[in-house]
Structure formats: C-alpha cells, structure tokens
Design a protein around this ligand. Structure first.
Ligand SMILES: [Mn+2]
Length: 289
C-alpha cells in the first residue's frame, strides 16, 4: 500500500492571520522535510510534454486512465513520483500536465518541486493580460485561454504553494529543480528557494547571450544524492553525488526519470522539437571540475 504523504507537526504562528498564499507555502515546506521513504521515480523537466510524460509513466509501470476529463493513476505497488520542476511552458500541453500532476500530488501519489518556469507561469496566470509575455510563457497563456478561470486560479495556487525542494529518505535524497548546495539542504530560507529554483549565476554571459551558471555540482561533496534538472543535457549527467535528469524533451531530446533507490534512469524520446534551444545541449560528460 502507499503511505500517505506525512507532514511533521510543527505549529505555525497565528495561522489565521497569514495570507492564504503564505499559509500554503508553509504547509508545503513542512511536507518537504518529511521522512518519506521511497521507492521514488523522479522525473525531469516536462515543459508541457504530456504525450512523453504519459509514455514515460507507462514505461515506469504507472497506469493512467482518463475519465471525464480527469486523470486516474494507478502506481506500481509502493512507488511514488517526484517531479523535479519546470512542468510548464514551451511545450504543447501545459494545462493537462498540470491537471495530471496536481491530481497526483493531492492524492499523495506524487511530490513536486517548482522550477523557475512554474513560478513565471503562476505570476502570469494571476495578472490580467499577456502584455510583455513572450515565447514559451505566451504559448502556455494561449493554452490556458481555453480553460475555465477556476482552473487558472487553481493552477496558480498549486504552483505558488510548492515547497522549494524536498529532503527525502531520511536525508539521503534531495530533489531540487536547479540542484542545491549541501549547506542549503532542508533550509526554508529565501536563499535556498532562490538557489533551488534557478541556481546561481557567475555574472558572466556566454556567446549565446545566456548567463553562465555556477557549477555547484562540481563542488558538491555531500552524502545525499541530489536529483535536479533545469539545464538540458544530452544524457543524464552524474557529477559527484548529483544527477541532472533534464534531457531536454521540449527541445527534441528525451524525457527522463531516475528510479530511486535503484539509481537507474529510464528515458523516452521526444515526439517532436517543440521549442528551439539557443544552444546545443551540454555534453554528457565533464572532464574536469
Ligand atoms: Mn528551469
């Protein structure tokens, strides 16, 4: 049987006086440091690629049926999904990906941490118009144009309420969208949230005009396995005790899951190139730190 997602019992101060959004976030942060044991199937950046997500879930043994517009999921005995963030934007079916993941999180079948694109979409869904919105975010807003206002609000609330990262399996497993330095594991600080969502830039700009990111994984010496995405790689990239499982599905690569504790990856190929990448994927191997 599946164990329910258990929260610690920390009391919140004056919960009645907190704005709704903050309360949701705090509840999620409490869930983040649970003693939840695996096994888990952790999925990298989905970016609205519903078909590939369903195919990957099937490959992992999850049965998904669609009944009256709702997704009904039967996981393999005892297993749970964990999404490493960036569920949305750039791809063809952002609302349905949210519909599926929200349902699984609510029923205790999945964990989900936010990525920078999820936060961007939540903000855009709450604003009244799409002015100034470009690219992958604009595409999501167009897809949401066919959805009821209630579902927009529900999606924004869900994305806003997600904990910055998860520490699972008695501290042996960390899931964070852009990865996380060891000293920020389990921290509810704004600094930890910022790092987990977007990583840290070096202040330099590369030849493609993109910010150069600090390679935290090269300096990582922690004992917890850190599973993350955010920066597309051609193949799952293991560095020290970290693994990047964003294999760029939306750019025509693959959608990848890490099976934990087995430490095996399972990938399905993208059915199309849904978005153009400004640069080629990072090489799968790094030669030096
Ligand atoms: Mn990202």
């Amino acid at each position: 049987m599946l164990h329910p997602v258990t929260a610690t019992h920390r009391q919140t101060k004056n919960p009645g006086k907190s704005p709704r959004k903050k309360l949701d976030r705090r509840q999620a942060e409490e869930l983040a440091f649970s003693d939840a044991k695996g096994p888990f199937d952790i999925i990298g950046d989905v970016h609205g690629c519903l078909d590939e997500l369903l195919e990957l879930m099937a490959a992992l043994g999850y049965r998904v049926e669609r009944r009256a517009g709702k997704f009904v999921v039967t996981p393999p005995e005892g297993r749970r999904l964990a999404f490493a963030g960036d569920l949305v934007n750039r791809g063809p079916a952002t609302p349905d990906v949210l519909r599926l993941v929200m349902n699984m999180v609510r029923s205790g079948q999945a964990y989900c941490v936010p990525g920078n694109q999820d936060v961007k979409l939540a903000r855009a869904l709450r604003s009244r118009n799409a002015r100034g919105k470009v690219g992958g975010l604009l595409l999501s807003l167009e897809q949401f144009g066919d959805e009821p206002a209630e579902f927009r609000a529900e999606s924004a609330r869900f994305l806003d309420g997600l904990a910055s990262h998860y520490v699972l399996d008695d501290g042996n497993l960390v899931v964070a969208h852009a990865g996380l330095k060891e000293r920020l594991h389990g921290s509810g600080s704004a600094k930890a949230r910022k790092f987990a969502l977007s990583g840290q830039n070096t202040g330099k700009i590369d030849k493609f005009g993109l910010p150069v990111r600090y390679n935290w994984a090269a300096d990582y010496r922690g004992s917890a396995l850190v599973v993350y995405g955010h920066t597309p790689v051609a193949e799952p990239l293991w560095i020290n005790n970290t693994v990047n499982i964003d294999t760029g599905c939306v750019y025509g690569g693959h959608l990848t899951a890490l099976r934990y504790p087995e430490r095996e990856t399972v990938s399905v190929p993208a059915k199309a190139v849904y978005s153009a990448s400004r640069k080629r994927f990072l090489p799968a191997r790094v030669t030096s730190a």
